[in-house]
Design a protein around this ligand. Structure first.
Ligand SMILES: CC(C)(COP(=O)(O)OP(=O)(O)OC[C@H]1O[C@@H](n2cnc3c(N)ncnc32)[C@H](O)[C@@H]1O)[C@@H](O)C(=O)NCCC(=O)NCCS
Ligand SMILES: Nc1ncnc2c1ncn2[C@@H]1O[C@H](COP(=O)(O)OP(=O)(O)OP(=O)(O)O)[C@@H](O)[C@H]1O
Length: 292
């Protein structure tokens, strides 16, 4: 049944705001160009089964999942019951994504990262400092979910084979690539006069300098991961994508990643997570107001 304005409580309003911000963050990420190897507004990068239109459709299909996560987490603290509920809603979101895309994995990693952050904001809306949100998300991610399917995944396989942290570990350690790399780079680049797109691209590259991206590892192994990390660092060392030298190095990195047939999907998810947190930061007043 559709909610009327008089039915909507503060939890509903916050959930709608968070779901909208999360969806918008996914749309901002996928439209951002030029991203090496990834789907962007120019094309499909290293992907054969993904297109911009499919990714956009997928992002919209996830609004209801983010809304449900926020509703269920509103003013609750991290315990096993909440973790299991979040896990159930996340898996339901994965199923909805697969139904919307005809079975293509467009946003599995993004549901995980952004879903946990949406949940963490809703748990304690008045405490919306980025580090605090990330810590609550980590607390949730560290709790066991006995219903989590013990099935084969490419990410888990890469984590085991290379003994490097993957999507689960990134969340469990409080999203250090978001709080320690992407957000500071986003803010630094804006302050230095970069355009919004340039600042977001620099933030993506900051993640790529250090992430053990299991999407890249699965397809290209360690040589492709190291080439990605070094290439991204060299763009930032040249002054970022707002400089001519930075753009040349970015184009070089893109050629390398296309030749290796890899795509930094994990880094893209963490950029979306960063853009979500950034959007929430911009809405500090409404979010504080809802909890009074
Ligand atoms: C933990 C998840 C991501 C599964 O991870 P796993 O590594 O086993 O599988 P998979 O290869 O499918 O997913 C990894 C995805 O994460 C992203 N990723 C890759 N590397 C990294 C990294 N180092 N850091 C962060 N994200 C990464 C990529 O997009 C990749 O596609 C998640 O899908 C899951 O457990 N879902 C169950 C539902 C749930 O608990 N949801 C709760 C939150 S909504
Ligand atoms: N702009 C983007 N382009 C491509 N992938 C993205 C983008 N943004 C996020 N991703 C993430 O990348 C993941 C898709 O990566 P990948 O294609 O490697 O997965 P797969 O379909 O399981 O593997 P493969 O394509 O190697 O068979 C998704 O989970 C998604 O969250």
């Amino acid at each position: 049944m559709a909610l009327t304005l008089t039915d909507a409580g503060p939890g509903d309003i916050l959930a709608a705001t968070l779901a909208e911000s999360a969806t918008q963050a996914l749309l901002d990420e996928v439209r951002l160009s030029p991203k090496p190897g990834l789907v962007d507004s120019r094309g499909s990068g290293s992907h054969r089964d993904l297109t911009l239109a499919l990714m956009e459709h997928s992002a919209h299909s996830l609004t209801a999942t983010f809304n449900a996560l926020a509703q269920h987490c509103w003013r609750r603290s991290a315990d096993i019951a909440l973790r299991q509920e979040v896990g159930r809603l996340g898996r339901e979101g994965e199923r909805e994504m697969m139904a919307a895309t005809g079975g293509v994995n467009t946003h599995r990693g993004a549901i995980w990262a952004v879903g946990l952050l949406v949940s963490a904001v809703a748990m304690q809306p008045s405490d919306n400092g980025v580090e605090h949100i990330a810590r609550r998300a980590a607390e949730l991610a560290r709790l066991p979910d006995e219903f989590s399917p013990k099935t084969f995944s490419k990410g888990a396989c890469a984590v085991q084979r290379y003994r490097l942290p993957g999507a689960k570990e990134e969340a469990q350690s409080g999203f250090p690539h978001v709080t320690g790399l992407a957000l500071p780079e986003l803010q630094r680049s804006r302050e230095a006069g970069a355009s919004e797109s340039q600042a977001q691209l620099n933030a993506l590259l900051a993640v790529m300098t250090s992430l053990a991206d299991t999407c890249v590892l699965s397809r290209g192994g360690m040589p492709a991961l190291l080439a990605m990390q070094r290439g991204a660092a060299s763009v930032l060392h040249a002054g970022g994508v707002q400089t001519a030298a930075g753009v040349r190095r970015l184009m070089h990195l893109e050629r390398q990643m296309l030749a290796d047939n890899v795509s930094p999907g994990g880094a893209a998810d963490l950029l979306a997570a960063t853009l979500f947190v950034d959007r929430i930061g911009a809405k500090t007043h409404p979010i504080h107001g809802l909890t009074s």
